[in-house]
Design a protein around this ligand. Sequence first.
Ligand code: FMN
Ligand code: SF4
Length: 423
Amino acid sequence: MQRPLTANIRPNAPPPDCAAYERAGGYQAMRRALLQMTPADVVGEVTKSGLRGRGGAGFGTGQKWSFVPKRKPGRRSYLIANADEMEPGTFKDRLLLEGDPHQMIEAVIVSAYAVGATDGYIFVRGEYKLAIARLTQAIGEAHAAGYLGEDILGSGYSLNLHIHASAGRYICGEETALLTALEGRRAQPRNKPPFPQVSGLWGAPSVVNNVETLCNIPHIIANGADWFKSLGRGADGGTKLYGISGRVKRPGTWELPIGTPMREILEEHAGGMQDGYQLRALLPGGASTAFLGADQLDTAMDYGSVEKAGSRLGTGSAIVLDDRSCPVGMICNLEHFFAQESCGWCTPCRDGLPWVERMLRALEDGDGEDEDLHQLQRHVGLLGPGRTFCAHAPGAMAPLESGLRHFRDEFERHVRERHCSWR
Ligand SMILES: Cc1cc2nc3c(=O)[nH]c(=O)nc-3n(C[C@H](O)[C@H](O)[C@H](O)COP(=O)(O)O)c2cc1C
Ligand code: SF4
């Protein structure tokens, strides 16, 4: 099985330095792109590969890049790697940043060249101290090798690459809030349109892509779009970093063909449930996706199949709910996080999420009423898609909405018995 993204990553070993990365074939895609391809060729190959964004929304990467207007001489423009990664249960980008920082740097160089960016940023979660240290070291090595800065490899293309350690809010990962944070202001999302590709950082054309998305780029350029497509098991191309947390025997992250069924990830890679625990349901793509039941384990983990099953692929990092944990408590815990992380810009999210959290807490404490279930359902609509400025509130409603469907009897039992029987 081919694992291009993690081929150089060894558990508990330092990442390859520049020379070791090159010995493994690194920086060849950069040479090919900068010396033999036009930026349009690179965008064309990525579009042909069918690569879709790995940050959650799954938008076509080549298509996104094609929205960048033609470069004007003297105008700055930006390529930004979104390494904020604060979604509960998701730790896949960290693996790539810490395990192979030169892959990240090559990915930024090739992608920045494709979209005509003058500057690159890696916007990384401040808590990822090891990743920041390794990236800083690797950027120094890449500069010394002539892969960053002025006139890279004599190609005429120049790129400055900066690391920005984020102050650590979930909303900083939302691409327009990220831009505002990068400008040194309070992280609040922006209206779209205009999209960042047209007016982003300091009003200049900017492309924001997830770390995993970008790390695919050098491999697509080195091996071609058809090779990339052949790696997937269904309609989507490439591999995917899948993760599982919860009461499984071996929680972790694995690179597998995109479209691998959830059952295979859970049973073969995560080793199945811990002894004495049964799977009740799982959030397949991180905390802001809808529950899939234990009867949906054969769902292929690709964009279309997970959507058909009623959820989203999201970040591909599943959170497992077992049969000895309270679903209401789990949802309450998630809504606590989402309420805390609201940026406060719009009323439904700022005021609605704390209401939701309080009602769930009351149910857990045995103070819930029948009316609370009706109110929770109402909030699902009030905070749903189209009601708020960004996708934070609708994302927060995904586990609640599906939880109310999957575990209705549990919610009712909390009201009826006036306590949580799982505590
Ligand atoms: C509240 C919120 C938090 C987000 N956090 C992240 C994040 O940490 N990392 C990320 O790549 N995308 C995050 N996203 C998605 C980004 O807005 C954006 O869609 C993504 O970076 C685009 O990259 P892609 O096209 O490569 O997937 C978040 C979105 C929302 C609404
Ligand atoms: S939905 Fe929430 S996080 Fe998003 S802009 Fe509104 S208040 Fe801010």
